[in-house]
Design a protein around this ligand. Structure first.
Ligand code: SF4
Ligand code: SF4
Length: 81
């Protein structure tokens, strides 16, 4: 397992529960909380930082902050050393 420092900032007070971010995420980073009607950022280390969730959110409730230093690890054989 690679430890990454990918971060996603979420500002729930801005969120209107439209689900666009949840539908936009093509990996399983974003789950949906039906009771709170808000996204849950569950597997942030799997984030591909495509920025789709941030782009579709018209309320600017999401900010994706990639950890590019871990990209180096993912694209090399160092992790097998
Ligand atoms: S796209 Fe934005 S407003 Fe819509 S559910 Fe996601 S965080 Fe909330
Ligand atoms: S940046 Fe892309 S992969 Fe990461 S949580 Fe948002 S939609 Fe999913």
């Amino acid at each position: 397992m690679i430890n990454t420092a990918h971060r996603i900032e979420f500002f729930p007070e801005k969120c209107v529960g439209c689900q666009l971010c949840y539908k936009a995420c093509f990996v399983d980073v974003i789950r949906w909380d039906p009771e709170a009607k808000k996204p849950i950022f569950k597997y942030v280390s799997d984030c591909e930082h495509c920025f789709c969730c941030q782009a579709v959110c018209k309320k600017e409730a999401i900010r994706v902050i990639p950890d590019y230093s871990s990209e180096h690890l993912l694209q090399s054989f160092e992790r097998y050393a």
